[in-house]
Design a protein around this ligand. Structure first.
Ligand SMILES: [Mn+2]
Length: 325
């Protein structure tokens, strides 16, 4: 899969590796591991993201620090590689910068429908995570380059993008990759898992309790809508990032097909997280609302008000449910 990547990467000296805005474990772990691979090949590599890393991922930065890029940082690069996203507008400043620069642009990603504008595009839409793809880069090139730091970065990416190896996207190869990472990195799962997941605060638990109260069920309990408002954040002292993962709670209910979380605390509208636990394709639904993602997990945006958002969102899901009957 990385044949042409390996053949051509030697032509570049200064590579910027960019992860998508509002970074998660997969894009960050992939980015750090890829920078380390590039450096091992004598290539100068820097990691960029417009946004700050969430608290639970800060520890991943040891030899590679994720920097907030400026236009001149990008101008110093002779190659830019996007990881875990296939459309430059998902990469903040870079999207605009690219309109006026023709620096070669590569991408490594597992989301559907990649844009057709990359000099090199490594797209594997059935991969569990971008981190599993980067793992394969190491395996195709030199598995011995996987040390503890790289293994933990890739492990974080795979674990966070697969609901801890529970999603449909997980294959025997995914589990084998994890086994290889544990073996080569010489660490135990809990060392990483506790850093990623056991970092809840009292504010976040209070917010969760409020959010669970807002759950509305639609279409014979097949669809769930949860809402977090600005008032709920200020009353509990929680921050917007504290709702990460909330959308998945209703998915534990028997018979549920999809769950939506409305984040009604932004100035420019309502952000929506969509998750499916059925054949319902939430990427399709999200695309009606200026968003996208995967079949099982996607994000979207609506101008509100919330009643209208719910009506349109649930309407789109019911239309799809009926079409599939
Ligand atoms: Mn991903």
């Amino acid at each position: 899969m990385f044949e042409s990547f390996l053949e051509n990467i030697g032509n570049y000296k200064q590579v910027g590796v960019v992860s998508h805005v509002r970074p998660d474990g997969d894009c960050t772990g992939s980015q750090i591991a890829l920078c380390r691979w590039l450096r091992s090949r004598g290539i100068e590599a820097r990691a960029f993201n417009d946004d700050e890393l969430p608290d639970n991922l800060i520890w991943l930065q040891k030899s590679v620090v994720v920097e907030k890029p400026s236009a001149s940082d990008y101008s110093e690069c002779d190659l830019i590689i996007l990881v875990d996203g296939n459309a430059p507008h998902r990469f903040g400043l870079l999207g605009d910068w690219l309109k006026e620069h023709d620096t070669p642009l590569w991408m490594i990603d597992h989301h559907p429908d990649p844009e057709d504008r990359f000099e090199l595009s490594i797209s594997q839409t059935d991969a569990s995570s971008t981190a599993e793809m980067i793992f394969n880069l190491f395996m195709e090139d030199d598995p011995n380059l996987i040390d503890e730091e790289t293994a933990k970065a890739l492990y974080t990416g795979i674990i966070t993008d697969t609901g801890s190896l529970q999603f449909e996207s997980v294959t025997p190869a995914t589990v084998e990759a994890v086994a290889e990472l544990l073996r080569r990195g010489q660490f135990r799962p809990n060392e990483v898992i506790e850093r990623i997941y056991s970092n809840r605060t009292p504010e976040q638990l209070r917010l969760l309790s409020r959010a669970l109260h807002t759950i509305e069920l639609h279409a014979d309990n097949q669809l769930s809508v949860m809402t977090v408002t600005r008032e709920m954040l200020s009353e509990t002292g929680a921050s917007p990032a504290d709702c990460d993962g909330f959308v998945s709670y209703p998915l534990n209910m028997a018979g549920i097909k999809a769950a939506f979380l409305l984040k009604d605390f932004y100035d420019d509208g309502i952000r929506i997280s969509l998750r499916s636990r059925s054949s319902l394709d939430v990427n399709q639904i999200a695309r009606n609302f200026g968003g996208g993602g995967h079949k099982k997990a996607a994000g979207a945006w609506h101008s509100g008000p919330p009643e209208t958002t719910v009506k349109e969102l649930v309407g789109a899901a019911i239309t799809q449910l009926k079409a599939g009957e």
